[in-house]
Design a protein around this ligand. Structure first.
Ligand code: GLN
Length: 484
């Protein structure tokens, strides 16, 4: 049961083949047995999960259930959850109990999900391997010597290993799609502004977007239908009506035009990953898609642009952690300045400090024009490339990551190598576009992801393409043998 899709479990709950309490007990038992090996959860909310489950069973009994009622999920520990620790996997917030729910959390709660707990992540979502967490690395269920990807690595490992049915994640430069690819899951980062950022701890506000990690596109559609929508508490939230994404999947397939950026298939891409991605494209062709080569002229600038813009915004967002209002506070300090310095020095890990230093530097007088302003201009060029591509194609498709999962420790001492993991994913964040990763093969027993990018607010098109791909293939049904 722990490897069933959300869609299957939702049907089983509705048909009363299983109760929400039974389902919750099953997953809590899985967590108790497997979490020490994977380190996927940082907080397990067993008691409140069982309360959620009892309430869900009542709703199912009295006919007020939604498709998500009774579904055991987990939240990345970047989402504020009322009364439950919300750490962002940082020592800085190790003592922080959120006084309110993030909007995405509240919406899922209202739909009746069971919250099993909070998942491990890179500290403040900065990373591509889940190794910057204060609570230690997460292990990939496909091979526990490998990383699960980051920064939503705990959510990815938890779903892939069957410790929860679905999980939330956030994606600033690839943090949903990259771990989805490395653990064989379906990950969606919606259009910037589609899901409210209220109560989601800020990293780089112009890039951050919430989404999901699930077993398949149909599961993602069910989650997103609930999570998306306008929120007056988030000034960048989009007012456009939210379609029922699940219903969209059932509409007939119409032939789509796929653009493949040939510059994604250069030397940086592992040959076996490239072959799996090409096989994936052949599946779309079989479905009636036309495939066309395109060039995204400025995409090569996306990593340098991102590593100016994201740290700049992070340095500003993280200035709120000062040891005064909440979070870690240093003891026995000499004066106010000492309090600031020591609280931040002790509370933040090395990667977070690197980002704050970089961000402060690129925003400082004399460097602002040379770095930040230039980066903003290049960002617009990247966005324009996608816009132009979408005049001719419906989706842009390519690899999600350059390689399958790499070894724990392999890249931690080389930030540039680590940053290059996001080379294919960052463009969609810079342009605010919706994007997805779906499993398209295995290389040496490790999953490979295929990335789909669509125009603004075309989540339906993305989900439908992914769904039809998954009707033709069974890569998304593979589970890591040690956790089957
Ligand atoms: N790996 C990228 C970074 O470290 C992206 C992280 C993310 O999407 N949150 O910034």
């Amino acid at each position: 049961m722990h490897t069933d899709t959300l869609t299957a479990l939702s049907e089983a709950l509705a048909a009363k083949k299983v109760s929400a309490v039974e389902l919750t007990e099953t997953f809590l038992d899985r967590i108790a047995r497997c979490n020490s090996e994977l380190n996927a959860f940082v907080t397990v909310a067993a008691d409140s999960a069982l309360d959620d489950a009892k309430r869900a069973d009542e709703r199912i009994a009295n006919g007020s259930a939604t498709p998500l009622t009774g579904i055991p999920i987990a939240h990345k520990d970047i989402f504020c959850t009322e009364g439950l620790k919300t750490s962002c996997s940082s020592r800085m917030l190790d003592n922080f109990i959120a006084p309110y729910d993030a909007t995405a959390v509240a919406k899922l709660r209202d739909a009746g999900v069971v919250l099993l707990g909070k998942t491990n992540m890179d500290e403040f979502a900065m990373g591509s391997s889940n190794e910057t967490s204060y609570y230690g690395p997460v292990r990939n269920p496909w091979d526990t010597t490998k990383v699960p990807g980051g920064s939503s690595g705990g959510s990815a490992a938890a779903v892939a290993a069957g410790l929860c049915c679905a999980a939330t994640g956030t994606d600033t430069g690839g943090s949903i799609r990259q771990p989805a690819a490395l653990t064989g899951l379906t990950g969606i980062k919606p259009t910037y502004g589609r899901v409210s950022r209220y109560g989601m701890i800020a990293f780089a506000s112009s890039l951050d977007q919430a989404g999901t990690l699930t077993r398949c596109a149909a599961d993602a559609a069910a989650m997103l239908t609930v999570m998306a929508g306008f929120d007056p508490r988030d000034s960048t939230s989009l007012a456009d009506p939210v379609p029922n994404y699940s219903a969209c999947l059932e509409t007939p397939w119409n032939a789509i035009r796929i653009g493949v950026p040939e510059n994604f298939f250069d030397d940086g891409l592992d040959a076996d990953v490239a072959a799996a991605v090409r096989d994936g494209l052949a599946v779309f062709e079989k479905l009636g898609a036309t495939i066309k080569s395109i060039r995204l002229e400025h995409i090569g600038l996306s990593v340098p642009v991102y590593y100016v813009v994201a740290p700049a915004e992070a340095s500003s967002n993280l200035s709120r952690y000062d040891g005064v209002r909440f979070g870690h506070r240093a003891e026995n300090v000499d004066d106010l300045l000492d309090l600031y310095k020591r609280s931040r020095g002790e509370g933040f890990g090395a990667e977070v400090k690197r980002r704050i230093l970089t961000g402060t530097y690129v925003l400082s007088t004399g460097y602002y024009d040379a770095y930040y302003l230039q980066a903003q201009k290049a960002r617009q060029l990247i966005a324009n490339d996608f816009k132009e591509a979408f005049t001719d194609v419906d989706l842009v498709v390519g690899p999600t990551t350059p390689t399958p999962a790499f070894g724990i420790g392999q890249k931690v001492d080389d930030p540039i190598q680590m940053y290059l993991n996001d080379i294919y994913t960052i463009g969609a964040n810079l342009a605010g576009l919706p994007a997805m990763s779906i499993p398209c093969g295995l290389v040496d027993g490790l999953p490979v992801g295929l990335q789909l990018v669509a125009p603004h607010l075309s989540e339906e098109r993305l989900l439908k393409a992914a769904h039809y791909f998954q009707l033709e293939t069974d890569w998304h049904r593979q589970v890591p043998s040690d956790f089957a």
